[in-house]
Design a protein. Structure first.
Length: 114
């Protein structure tokens, strides 16, 4: 029972982190006219420095050690949004132990798995 409770708390933390990413993306878009993307993989550190503007990867709001979820931001590039910028985004959190537990949010705030 206790393990199930801990698992649900971590899942809710991952969902809240995705909502924070979506809100920060709105601010980033206001400055860059594109969304920030990291590509695939466990990119919590890149999100911390690139989107949340933390000086160090470990200083950001997403824990980069002992985190049960991996985070990534993917998107569709365009002629004006290239490199680490995109015209759309999907932020995804995937459980590192059970990869069937996946949550995501898009630039239109569509949530999946919540």
């Amino acid at each position: 029972m206790y393990q199930g409770y801990i698992s649900e708390v971590r899942a809710k933390d991952a969902q809240n982190t995705l909502q924070s990413i979506a809100m920060e993306q709105k601010s980033y878009f206001g400055k860059q006219f594109c969304f920030y993307i990291t590509g695939t993989g466990d990119n919590a550190g890149l999100i911390n420095t690139g989107l949340f503007e933390s000086e160090l990867e470990a200083d950001g709001p997403i824990p980069i050690t002992n985190n049960q979820y991996s985070f990534q931001i993917t998107g569709t590039t365009s002629t004006s949004c290239t490199g680490s910028n995109a015209a759309t985004f999907t932020a995804t959190a995937t459980n590192k132990i059970d990869d069937s537990r996946v949550f995501s949010i898009t630039n239109t705030l569509k949530k999946t798995g919540f």
